[in-house]
Design a protein around this ligand. Structure first.
Ligand SMILES: CC(=O)N[C@H](C=O)[C@@H](O)[C@H](O)[C@H](O)COP(=O)(O)O
Length: 230
């Protein structure tokens, strides 16, 4: 299943279809239709949050899925598939890959990522593991733990990387990730134009994930309103 996923998305677009409870499009049905639009447009994969959304999307489209589960815990700022419980639940949907936060922040319940990875390899040997990283140190950790895919998902979204944008200086940070990572790199996070997506692939990324610029109309409309009001 895993190898096949990497083949299917190679050099292609993966569309992230996500809407949290506080967002206007929060609905598994709507996310499944977003995924259908992505499939009709020629995207090669979907990234989706929560077991219910993943299942709705699986019912609607044929595309392979990177699944995750965003959960807030009081004792940790890690929220993307933070514990073994969410990892198992997402893998059990049959999603081809499971993504989790791989920043070096403390995880909920004192869980250790190395233990989570060991357990997942035992229980779900077919499922690919994607590391959502923020820094080069995180990429090194992904190498050490043998993650199958490295994503730049958290770059710009941690206190350490706040204010940074993947596209800065013609993707200078992404180039460093590509040089360092043992695993195929998927560019993700603030890739908000077709030209940027194309550039990520030209630089050697295995695939590129685009989310908000395609599937978050509040974000898209706000950019227009802002530009007009400036
Ligand atoms: C930081 C975080 O929580 N990122 C999440 C990860 O799954 C999603 O909210 C993003 O939409 C996704 O990474 C795609 O990025 P963008 O929407 O910028 O194209």
């Amino acid at each position: 299943m895993g190898e096949n996923f990497l083949e299917q998305v190679k050099g292609k677009l993966i569309v992230s279809c996500q809407a949290l409870p506080n967002e206007p499009l929060h609905s598994s049905f709507i996310m499944s239709r977003m995924a259908l639009a992505a499939q009709l447009a020629g995207a090669a994969g979907i990234r989706a949050n929560s077991v219910v959304d993943i299942q709705a999307i699986q019912d609607e489209v044929e595309l392979p899925i990177i699944g995750l589960s965003k959960v807030d815990y009081p004792d940790s700022s890690v929220y993307i598939t933070p514990t073994l419980k969410e990892m198992r639940a997402v893998a059990a949907t049959g999603a081809q890959a499971v993504a989790c936060d791989l920043t070096r922040r403390k995880r909920p319940n004192g869980e250790q990522i190395a233990d989570i990875v060991d357990q997942m390899r035992n229980e779900f040997p077919e499922t690919l593991l994607m590391a959502d990283t923020a820094t080069l140190e995180d990429v090194k950790l992904a190498n050490e733990l043998g993650f199958d895919i490295v994503g730049t998902t958290m770059h710009g979204y941690t206190p350490e990387t706040a204010g940074k944008n993947l596209a800065d200086n013609d993707f200078a940070y992404l180039k460093e990730v590509l040089a360092l990572s043992d695993a195929p790199v998927i560019a993700e996070g603030k890739v908000d134009t077709p030209a940027k997506a194309k550039r990520c692939l030209e630089l050697g990324c295995h695939a590129v994930v685009v989310g908000g610029a395609i599937t978050r109309p509040l974000e898209i409309a706000s950019r227009f309103v802002q530009a007009i009001n400036e």
